[in-house]
Design a protein around this ligand. Structure first.
Ligand code: GLY
Length: 258
């Protein structure tokens, strides 16, 4: 059977300006530009060989474009998370119908909170950030679902940023791009850290697909560092989405389909 990578995305909500913000001050967002940037992001995913399933806008859920947080998918199943941000809890429900044809669904239950941005999967290792959005019970419930399937759940303390994947992301081949100031780097034992450029603390969030890495255009210094690892680095301008505390990975959920 031939498998292909699919990216689930959702159109930008016109209410995006009312998004959750934790570490950033609110700035005016040019919604028309945000919509264009999101379309270019989807085109960049397609150019990397992904089939993109683009869901319609959720007008009353300002952060609904950030589909990575309410839904986590592995080969065996999909997990609807329970968001730490209360205003975002209805987003998980809205994604259930989209993932149901592809995976059996499990659900994180109260008092757990868990957001997909806090989950970094590298093969069978699943690192989970303890952050302002994900609690210990969330990690416990994820462990209950995934350890029987052969995954190893590895908690990581996160501080100073929104999610674990704000602080670090896999760039493949045992390498993790990271800002060590935002996480307990000892948790990444066995992996080699590639440090973000000190001028670009938010540059660790990138998406590796095949030999290519997609990252925001805003981080040219870290881009050069990643390119030095022999990777085909591509960039997309997501400046308006970044005002909503977004990064590259949060606007898609990527999984294999037949
Ligand atoms: N605005 C993205 C978030 O705070 O979840």
């Amino acid at each position: 059977m031939l498998y292909m990578l699919t990216a689930l995305t959702r159109a930008v909500s016109r209410s995006l300006a009312s998004c959750e913000l934790t570490w950033l001050n609110r700035e005016p967002i040019n919604i028309e530009l945000a919509i264009i940037q999101h379309t270019l992001y989807e085109e960049a995913l397609a150019a990397m060989g992904l089939r993109v399933i683009s869901l319609p806008e959720q007008p009353d859920l300002p952060d609904a474009v950030f589909v990575e947080d309410p839904l986590f998918v592995v080969d065996e199943l999909a997990i609807l998370t329970r968001m730490g941000a209360e205003s975002r809890r209805a987003e998980s429900e809205s994604l259930a119908a989209a993932i149901a044809p592809h995976r059996p669904i499990r659900q994180i239950a109260p008092p757990a909170t868990l957001e997909g941005g806090d989950i970094m999967r590298i093969g069978r290792d699943i690192f989970v950030g303890l952050s302002t959005r994900t609690n210990a019970e969330g990690i416990l419930q994820l462990r209950h679902e995934l350890e029987p399937l052969g995954y190893r759940i590895l908690p990581v303390e996160v501080h100073g940023c929104l999610h674990l994947k704000s602080a670090c992301c896999s760039i493949g081949d045992g390498l993790v791009l990271a800002n060590r100031a935002w996480l307990d780097a000892e948790a990444l034992e066995g992996y080699t850290i590639v440090d973000v450029d000190p001028r670009e603390p938010s540059a660790a969030n990138v998406l590796r697909i095949g030999n290519a890495v997609l990252m925001p255009a805003a981080f040219p210094h870290t881009r050069s560092d990643v390119a030095r690892e022999g990777l085909d680095v591509r960039t997309v301008d997501i400046s308006e989405l970044m005002k909503a505390e977004a990064a590259i990975t949060c606007s898609s959920v990527i999984f294999e389909t037949a």
